[in-house]
Design a protein around this ligand. Sequence first.
Ligand SMILES: [Zn+2]
Length: 323
Amino acid sequence: MSSFPQYRPRRLRRTAALRNLVRETHLSAAQLVLPVFVRDGKKLRRAVGSMPGVNQTSVDEMLRDAEAAAKAGVGGIILFGVPEKKDATGTAAWDDKGAVQTAVRALKKEIPDLVVITDVCMCEYTDHGHCGILKDGDVDNDPTLELLSRAALSHARAGADIVAPSDMMDGRVQAIRSALDDKGHSGVSILSYAAKYASAYYGPFREAAESAPQSSDRRGYQMDPGNAQEAMREVVCDIQEGADAVMVKPAGPYLDIISRVKAETGYPVAAYQVSGEYAMICAAADRGWIEKDRVMMESLLGIRRAGADVIVTYFATEAARQL
Ligand SMILES: [Zn+2]
């Protein structure tokens, strides 16, 4: 490789046209997925304090947000439910008349081309806020699999394109895959939250989804932020169990994991730019410390450059409008 004075990297940076010509990474609106929080009711729009611009909405209001997203070119939407009633086993998670299931049906009817993904977990539905059922204060893995499968099945019945288990129980992808196949939903995809870290960046989400654990924390099932090899084992496990695509969450602080997962598996990789990443950008921009639009786009471009095919982000609609 030649070097200075023969090689002058600045030559190709001289004009916008030149820079565009040789740009290596491109973001497209179709790769963005908007997370939404749905609850029962009508004309309901409740702001989430720690996430400016993000609301809990009833299904009718969610449709308005989804329409705006689709119009901007956003590729998909991921639904989280905020049930009125919670209990120890999270029974509302597989209620065919629940907010998520109702939202899926409405979306497939009104905006059929928008990909509908449902988050599959128990933490929004259990009164203790853990991602599985408890036994002696500890999340009990194997009995939770049956409940997750029920939730995934009800989402599939409603018409979800993709179900996305985020609980981090061992064996859940296989359990959900066989439950779906048994009931004739072999065409429904599974996007597993394969490398989901026990992250402090989830704080604002827990307000949005009303899913903060009432006791202890989630370090007993989510991954230790120090581990990368383990992330690869989790990913390989989920792919062997039948995951069609895998997720890394959070995104920004885990770009090395995104990059490795993409390079080592070749599978479609999604990355979740989580609530804390979003809130930090909004807060700093609000104080005039950073330029919001540029930081937003750069944060997404970085995630894409690391290897993510799909980016779940609260900025989806806003970013899509700029693309
Ligand atoms: Zn959960």
